[in-house]
Design a protein around this ligand. Structure first.
Ligand SMILES: NC(=O)N[C@H]1NC(=O)NC1=O
Ligand SMILES: [Zn+2]
Ligand SMILES: [Zn+2]
Length: 554
């Protein structure tokens, strides 16, 4: 009799333990409590039964078995409300008339259990017993895979006054971004070694509202030292990032194309990508002489002249010489080059297209600010728009849209690169001295939608540019699509709802005053954001605990 009880307890507790281990650590904490309670109760029952007359024992022996089955199948459905999710269920359905899946947009429901998507059902085949399983019905709102932003500078640790893991990931959640990949520079120290990656992971632990992966920095020191690069890759960075011009950060020196060439075989062995800030110094032939003296530094066109398209073109020319080796059978097969934040839609883009046609393993991203703004519209002194490479003319912007719609630009990213407002020199408005970087993390979904609507962009395209392709680049095999087996990273949003980004709007990035989007009217309001099944953001509110996770390459 006693053995019966212990066997049942053992099987179910082990099963529960395994399920919970796969889940977030907070739920694991809950399960420890439940496991302890479970064991105590059944020990007590076992003792009582042993003291009973034998006639009653038979029936009572079945009782724990029955209840254990309930535990096994049903108990996990309704966990008590936890601080990790604004929804007190870990088995539920999300229903909507517009669910964006890799097989098109359907009306139906997505079943989520223990943080994973376990089924996707079209409306006509959906027969759920809503008394036993919770249903969250979003009506006409769009249910899409959560955005994956492969290019964000969270500056934590070391410059958390610029941004930080809590503020940056709250902004991400409020904007429908469910995974960020953090850039290796602007935090202090830069993420260029196993040790500095550990500082990042420690700083992120327990402080992130969306999942965060990390790019490591490729700098001359580790480019010339294969074993230190290997240690950084072994420590779990999702890939590397390097600059071909000075980065503006002292402990993140630039790499030349020979550094990159040297690192590619190591990246090939590890099958991880190298992301490159593709601008190189070119001879500006006196173009920089100011016609009207220093006052001109308040004009965006002055800044634009300091970073002409030829800087991007020259860098990309060097890169596509190296990307030849990434082809099938090449010496760096398995490595991949990814050009970040492309601004030049003319020659640079053609060079990338040609390299792709030849079979090189190369991709390119651009950012919403290059698709939303044009250089000639930027007001004098408005350094919120300063970034590198710069925002170019309106005709270039049209070409960027064409390239995105044609698939020549693979994906989008924010390049959220904030600083403290003092460094933006908003009062002086000096474009040459101000910090270069656009703050946009919370607004990338509405910005892409607002400026893309007139080009007829579809929800499927949004999902490809912001989820599917970024997931592939970062090697996130269980993210990036609403598909069975994937983690339940989901954004729910209303495409037709417009809002003013004014001082009353709840902005979560650390310094709203430096964001180029403040003051604009945008369409596309995020209602809910789910990260691995946890409802981390709902209509202006975040969970009380930051239960998302740092992601390391496995
Ligand atoms: N250091 C840094 O974040 N630089 C970024 N800012 C920007 O505008 N372009 C960049 O590469
Ligand atoms: Zn850059
Ligand atoms: Zn950047």
């Amino acid at each position: 009799m006693c053995a019966w009880y212990w066997l049942v307890i053992f099987i179910h507790v082990t099963k529960y333990y395994n399920q919970e281990l796969k889940n977030s650590k907070q739920k694991f904490g809950v399960s420890i409590k439940w496991r302890a309670l479970y064991i105590l109760v059944w020990r007590r029952v076992a003792r009582e039964v042993r003291n009973m007359e034998s006639g009653k024992r038979g029936f009572l022996a079945l009782l724990p078995l029955l209840l254990s089955f309930l535990f096994y199948f049903d108990f996990s459905k309704k966990l008590p409300s936890s601080d990790c999710s604004l929804l007190p269920h870990n088995h539920y359905w999300i229903a909507s008339k517009r669910i964006v899946t890799p097989n098109g947009t359907i009306s139906g429901a997505v079943e989520i259990k223990q943080g994973r998507i376990i089924s996707i059902v079209a409306e006509e085949n959906w027969h759920v017993n809503s008394r036993s399983t919770a249903v969250v019905n979003y009506g006409e709102a769009v249910v899409m895979p959560g955005f994956i932003d492969v290019h964000a500078h969270l500056d934590d640790p070391g410059r958390a006054e610029w941004e930080g893991f809590p503020s940056g990931t709250k902004a991400a959640a409020a904007g429908g971004v469910t995974t960020l990949v953090d850039m290796p520079l602007n935090s202090a120290p830069s993420t260029v070694s196993e040790e500095t990656l550990k500082l990042k992971v420690d700083a992120a632990e327990g402080r992130v509202y969306v999942d965060v992966g990390f790019w490591g920095g490729l700098v001359p020191e580790n480019a010339e030292n294969a074993s230190s690069l290997e240690r950084l890759l072994n420590a779990g960075v999702l890939g590397l990032k390097s600059f071909m011009v000075p980065s503006g950060i002292n402990d993140f020196p630039m790499t030349t194309s020979s550094h990159i060439k040297e690192a590619l075989p190591t990246l090939a062995r590890y099958k991880r990508p190298l992301l490159v800030h593709a601008e190189v110094e070119v001879n500006l032939d006196g173009k920089l002489e100011m016609e009207d003296g220093v006052d001109n530094a308040r004009s965006y066109s002055t800044y634009l002249k300091t970073r002409p398209a030829s800087m991007e073109e020259a860098a990309i020319n060097q890169l596509i010489t190296l990307s030849k080796d990434t082809r099938a059978g090449g010496s760096a097969e398995g490595a991949h080059l990814h050009i970040v934040h492309l601004s030049d839609a003319r020659t640079s883009l053609n060079l990338i297209k040609e390299a792709k046609q030849r079979g090189d393993s190369i991709t390119v991203e651009t950012c919403p600010h290059y698709l939303a703004f044009a250089a000639e519209d930027i007001p004098d002194g408005d350094t919120r728009f300063k970034c590198a490479p710069p925002i170019r003319d309106a005709a270039n912007k049209e070409k960027l849209w064409d390239a995105l719609l044609d698939g020549d630009i693979d994906m989008l990213s924010s390049d959220h690169s904030p600083a403290v407002p003092e460094l933006k020199l908003l009062n002086e408005g000096d474009f040459l001295k101000a910090w270069g970087g656009v703050s946009s993390l919370q607004f990338v979904l509405p910005a892409t939608w607002t400026y893309g609507r007139k080009y007829g962009i579809t929800f499927e395209q949004l999902a490809s540019w912001w989820s599917e392709k970024p997931a592939k680049l970062a090697g996130l095999t269980t993210k990036g699509a609403i598909a069975v087996g994937n983690q339940a990273d989901i954004v729910v949003w209303e495409p037709d709802v417009e809002f003013n980004l004014d001082n009353d709007y709840p902005v979560h990035i650390k310094h709203p005053s430096i964001s180029a989007y403040m003051g604009s009217r945008l369409a596309g309001k995020v209602l809910s954001t789910f990260v691995r099944g946890n409802l981390v953001y709902k209509e202006g509110n975040h969970t009380s605990q930051a239960c998302a996770l740092p992601i390391l390459h496995r």
